[in-house]
Design a protein. Sequence first.
Length: 416
Amino acid sequence: MIDIRFLGGCREVGRMGMLVDTGAEKFLWEYGINVENWGKPIKPEINFDGVFVSHAHLDHSGLLPQIYREGYEGMLYSDPTTIDLLSILLRDSLKIQKSECNDIDFFMEDIKHLERNASFLKAGETQDFTLSNVSFHNAGHIPGSVTTLLESRGKRVLFTGDIKFQGTQLMNGADTNFQNIDVLISESTYSYTNHPDRTVIENGLRKTVQRTIYGGGVCLIPAFAVGRTQEILLNLSDLGVPIYLDGMGVRATEAILRHAKSIKDYKKLSNAFSRAHKVTRGSERDRIIEKPCAIITTAGMLNGGPILSYLSKLHGREDCSLVMTGYQVPGTGGRNLMETGRFVSGEIDVRPRMRIEFLDFSAHTDHDHLIEFYKKVRPKKIVLVHGEKTEEFAKELNGMGFNAVAPKNGDTLRID
Ligand SMILES: [Zn+2]
Ligand SMILES: [Zn+2]
């Protein structure tokens, strides 16, 4: 028998965490935070035989240093790209925690402890334990992202992590060749909708950037540091317009470029990155916005970072534009702006007059591609996590002949 306890990330997007107990070994899969409200998963007992993380995004990884603070001495199995990116994201997260939170979950020494205990496992590689083995496979979501396959007691459990099946400018699509899967734990961020055609989205971005710049304005593109920044950069690289990179996306791109095989086309990203202007000091920002340009910067959901500085100066200019490029978690400045047209953050409270667009550059798959994947793999059971509408999706899947469930945080699934 295998028990999987869901610590977080059920019926929500954020704070993923699962405790996998094979009877002989205990594994922690993911241990993240809710990036908006610092929501945490249920705290497990610290006695694991291994900790696995599927990719660097903080909703999957943001609390991992706390495990070390609480006494875990074992390995963190992860793709090397993920560890490199985590080093950046966790340090930034610690900085924000220090400025925003009363109780801090971990300290620099814990991040360093995690880094020392990282054991690299790349897509296609397997780690053996006493009874079980765990292998990683390409997930196509961001550089370093993997799906995780556990084989134990004659059962095969596959966790998608965050997954994208279709290739993008940055990434090759996910591996889908899995057979005899007993339990598929599937992300379902976009279980309720399909993404628009990617080419239309890409052309839309290029057109908005060109139109804004030719009209004398500045095009602000808030983007997550890891994955989205590089995808947007690749999309704009051949336009021949001035592009600025500001914030954590610069260091994240440098880290990704240290792992040439983690992306589809190393040369293209390397060239695009070397052509882009990197903003190294906050004092440069006033000068940059004096001339037409595109600025790719953090935070992707407008909840902090240099984007706030740009927005506070440009919101009233009708010749400028703001292009949001990714999922906006409820409660974030970005989500509120999309829903109400009003942007509130700290001292800023405005109704921007600049053109605002949302272009769905998602690094997640969608409704139809999830179902296509389930039809191909034909798992005996589908467990839906990492989505706001998992119960509805489970119903739909059961109506199609699948055996799907949408657990709650704290539930345990027994596989026997
Ligand atoms: Zn992710
Ligand atoms: Zn995620």
